[in-house]
Design a protein around this ligand. Structure first.
Ligand SMILES: C[S@@+](CC[C@H](N)C(=O)[O-])C[C@H]1O[C@@H](n2cnc3c(N)ncnc32)[C@H](O)[C@@H]1O
Length: 261
């Protein structure tokens, strides 16, 4: 999950797998406009906003559109995922930000701190780079987020292996979950406000669920089960579930963390 070669060379080499995970939220109710919420929290910010681990630029593009007065800089460890993003962007590591102390009015670290090897060091970098009156916004998922997908994977893996209980699906956000994040961020910031964003994702066809499971391909070997066979088995289980119940229901819980010094 933190291996830079896997992150830049496989998991986020391009936006394909990230889009598969982002797309699932299309079926969430209530839906949360995360870029819109971030823009709202930047209303008093002037100058430079740095999006660390900006990925395929969901937030960078929205800031360019809604806040043309800001200088927006997208940074990511993967050169490939920065293709096509509005400039300026740069390849950079959250643990060593190539920016002066206090140089940004705001810094974003959205759904990315769980990928960083040394989380305290990266949090220290966010605090160093933001101005004294600035804001840092992080986001992540709860330990309980999408537990239906965990159970689906375990069932499919058990069937593939012919055992009663299959190995767990890896959790991307566990290292920096919504439950752990306030302590991590509280080490560098005086105030950390948590905004929980719960919802139910009701998917009417198997494809988005299967695409989400398959988007973990970069970490296939860590699953301890033949990856493709497990995805295939999961597809059959989801098809059967949707035939019986009309939809596959997933409980999602993510959140934003608004930090100031
Ligand atoms: C789950 S994606 C989130 C993308 C975007 N922030 C969003 O919320 O849509 C995580 C991103 O963080 C990047 N990343 C992972 N480790 C990083 C690091 N140490 N420094 C900078 N970026 C990193 C990945 O390449 C990937 O694009």
């Amino acid at each position: 999950m933190t291996d830079r070669a896997v992150l830049a060379g496989s998991a986020y080499r391009d936006e394909r797998d990230l889009v598969a995970r982002q797309s699932l939220y299309r079926w969430q109710h209530p839906s949360h406009d995360l870029p819109g919420l971030v823009v709202d929290h930047l209303r008093d910010v002037r100058g430079t906003v740095v999006d660390v681990g900006c990925g395929n630029g969901k937030f960078v593009r929205r800031l360019h559109r809604d806040r043309p007065d800001l200088r927006v800089l997208g940074l990511d460890i993967s050169p490939g995922i920065l293709d096509g993003l509005p400039r300026p962007v740069a390849v950079a590591d959250a643990e060593r930000l190539p920016l002066g102390s206090g140089s940004a009015g705001a810094v974003l670290a959205l759904h990315m701190l769980y990928h960083v090897g040394d989380i305290p060091r990266a949090v220290g970098e966010l605090a160093r780079v933001v101005s004294d009156s600035g804001v840092v916004i992080a986001s992540t998922n709860s330990e309980h987020d999408k537990s239906e997908l965990d159970r689906l994977w375990q069932r499919a893996a058990a069937d593939v292996l012919g055992v009663a209980r299959g190995p767990s699906r890896i959790s991307l956000s566990a290292r920096f979950s919504l439950e752990k994040a306030p302590d991590h961020l509280g080490a560098a910031f005086g105030t950390v406000d948590v905004i929980e964003l719960p919802g139910v994702i009701e998917v009417p066809t198997p494809e988005p669920v299967v695409a989400h499971l398959a988007s973990y391909r970069a970490w296939a070997v860590q699953h301890g089960v033949p990856f493709d066979a497990t995805v295939e088995r999961a597809q059959m289980l989801v098809e059967r579930h949707i035939e019986q119940h009309g939809a596959f229901e997933i409980n999602a819980l993510g959140g934003l963390l608004i930090c100031s010094k």
